[in-house]
Write a protein that binds this ligand. Sequence first.
Ligand code: BGC
Length: 651
Amino acid sequence: MQSRLKIPLLFGQDVIHGYKTTFPIPLAEAASWDLDAMTAATRVAATEASASGIHWTFAPMVDIARDPRWGRVMEGAGEDTYLGSKIAYARVKGFQGNKLGDVNAIMACAKHFAAYGAAIGGRDYNSVDMSEKTLWETYLPPFKATVDAGVATFMNSFNDINGVPSTGSKMLQREILKGKWGFKGFVVSDWGSIGEMKNHGNVKDDYEAALSAITAGSDMDMESRCYKNNLTQLLKDKKIDIALINDAVKRILYKKFELGLFDDPYRFCNAEREQAALNNPEHAKLAREVAAKSIVLLKNSNNLLPLSKNTKTIAFIGPLVKAVKQNKGFWDVEIPGIDSNFIVTQWEGLQNKLGANTNLLYAKGCDIEGTNKDGFAEAIDVAKQADVVILSIGERRDMSGEAKSRSNINIPGVQEDLLKELLATGKPVVVLINAGRPLVFNYTAENAPAILYTWWLGSEAGNAIADVLFGDYVPSAKLPITFPRSVGQVPIYYNHLNTGRPAQNDQNHIYNSSYIDESIFPKYEFGYGLSYTTFQYSNLILNKKKIKASEKIEADVTITNTGKYDGEEIVQLYLRDKVGSISRPIMELKDFKKIKIKVGESKTLHFTIDKEKLSFYNQQLQWVAEPGEFELMIGASSRDIRLKDNFELLK
Ligand code: BGC
């Protein structure tokens, strides 16, 4: 070791959705609403990464994102604070395992602190202008959840909030994170963000940038070198006290101790363990399961899906059918010596699934982008020979991700034109939409008989898609983010305020809060997703209709599988606080349960409503539950509310 004081190095990497085994992009996984699956997936990522000498991942990203133009929606858990907080907790637990110091545990990093997802116009790195109430109510809770889960590190963010760059925000880092929340780990800057404060116009030079960031509580400088080049001088000039540096150093060294690196700086490097971890067949198995759980069934007219495995001829068409790396989505990890052969393509997935009785035909049809329609004729020809057509279209994997904001979120190129031609053959067409964000695809939504939103599913994409297409997995995922009809509706999210002039429908625009040229409703709402089976909701029973703040309400609801397949349902509980000292959203997710139910079977679910679920930040930013009436809604999505009741919180 070269270090004078024998201080071991930390190796960090963006292990965002898997290391060698690539899991679905985080937004896709969020659609599973399956917290155990997400903990298991991050556990696998940590097991593989730690065996390759990685101590630290820059994940999870827990930024709430309500704007699909923002390319980094793919990296988070979507728009909802409650679901996002649960997922944030689950992912930290997965990365960090039982405890830091175990050789298969890596440090997690909650990022980007804070409100990075609220960039104005959905343009990456843009400013954020936000009330303290929205910050506390919507954007901070997932970060707090990571602290509760014991997250080792935080990363601050590129954006400014109300004119203060997060990197230099004392309020965020010292007062809230290290003060109020008692966070004992360390804060790393984002890539170069300390130096970038010069561009924000908050500091004159690197010297001032270092002063601002260290004072604000950024403990480690990622890449800008402002600390390396200026902290000593700042000390000499008595601009900072050594206690500030000692605090930052202590926080970082403490984590190195916890990881066991002072006992053995190479304890994470073990070729044998690495071989075993990177070739564990259980990891691929889990990736396949999680991928299947992430696929959202958006439409299924006349129960076209699932397809029969005895279908004679299937035409598999589109620019993503034989694509390899695309399936990984953005933020995959490149490991020297291991290439993308490890990906099961969509074509291979179908081949693996189907026996000799099925004739599988292929045509590319067109590229993802561009105007070239030369491949259409071949695609139409192939479609005509088939009993059913499957069309795989979408974005390029690097059209979402960091610095990948789009002002137009349509399906690119001539892909929807290709669909039109294929539908004209009269053959049934199942559309797979591959993307890192909600896209706008009204033609497809209205005309294709069946649609699966497959996002980017990772290493086992092909197998998982085949499992869902042929009914070996009955889809259960629900959208963790609203899908707009047009980019003009953005930002659009389900838990908005009512306004003084709420619109009830799309017919009447007279002096109400609506558009004269667009619906007020999204294309697909938060929490939406179909199954091959159907579920009936009944018997909502509240044990009390009036409670004191110290009491709880127990709510039971019965769910029956009334369809033809065993399946899983994600039952969602929403609340509305009817009158508050400040206006409350029309509904807020406050609980959910994912349950498996066999055909014909009924299950009773049990929810508990306590004071915590009724509380919000009032004007003084106090967390309070105010007496009054509440509406309780149980639904299969934020619009598909099946059962309702009211109760009262007494004075
Ligand atoms: C991103 C971070 C990432 C870092 C290191 C930055 O540009 O914003 O999320 O962890 O790079 O790769």
